[in-house]
Ligand binder design. Sequence first.
Ligand code: UDP
Length: 327
Amino acid sequence: MKNILVTGGAGYIGSHACKALRAAGYTPVTYDNLSTGWADAVKFGPLEQGDLTDRTRLGEVFEKYKPEAVMHFAAFSQVGESMQDPGKYWRNNVCGSLTLIEATVAAGCKQFVFSSTCATYGEQDNVLLDEDSQQAPINAYGASKRAIEDILRDFEAAFDLKHVIFRYFNVAGADPDSEVGEFHQPETHLIPLMLDAIDGKRDALTIYGTDYDTDDGTCIRDYVHVMDLVDAHVLGVKWLENGKDSRVFNLGTGRGFSVREVIDHSRSVTNKEVPFVEGDRRAGDCIKLVSGSERAIRELGWQPERSNLQVMIKDAWRWHQNGHYDK
Ligand code: UDP
């Protein structure tokens, strides 16, 4: 079986990617420092503990497993935190990724799948974002991811490191088998926070801003199911295996939901009230981020099957009630 090095394989998206890789006949080798991930979430291949900035440790792991490709998820990913502590984002996300990319090239590995974000686009005028939309991030998280995209382009030109970049919209849901799921500490994302509020694990959800220029005053996001998202990553590995050119793909659904609409759907899925309060805007938030994903469907053959808000909330709710990790 071919080895794929999965950085951040102990995290939310990385652990689901490992499951999908395993199902597709690869061995996912998780490289993770467990700062935000969980050893318990590494179920589908070996775990190698290490930091992205540790070049020596990375070299050992490349030498041991000789991965065919790298799938790079490990990153800090909170928009709000990135506005308060930008250095953390530039240091870890950018310097860490640069170290990883250098180690990849030094090991002779030529294929790199990168987890980027719609936050690289920033605020745009009510348009459906596609891969050619201008990138103008308005927060340090998005800026750090855009910088890594630039590094990949330079390393392709210099060393022929081929890449697939996925720009995700809002990832939600969980493995329907509840083997892995979303478990952040602290949690900052809308749907898991809402589920916590619904079953009394926290007092109430705070809606960040109700005076945006949208129909109901709250921000609009495009939610994509984590299982569909990781399927696209497996297709990305195959794309590079087949010798195709480096490419960028958006992963979303083309349909946006406001925070209030997500609350309504959560109420109908769980049959419970969602306690919420209306709060101030969160620094760094864009009003609306909605993706055009035709390219991934047309070129990669991506077939998102679970990216319906009801299904995402249902799967997240099942995991929320049954699943957790221990350190
Ligand atoms: N949001 C909110 N309250 C929360 C967390 C998030 O109103 O406690 C809003 C946030 O302002 C954004 C949307 O929910 O409009 C999605 O935020 P999340 O942090 O889940 O993902 P992001 O879009 O920042 O990647």
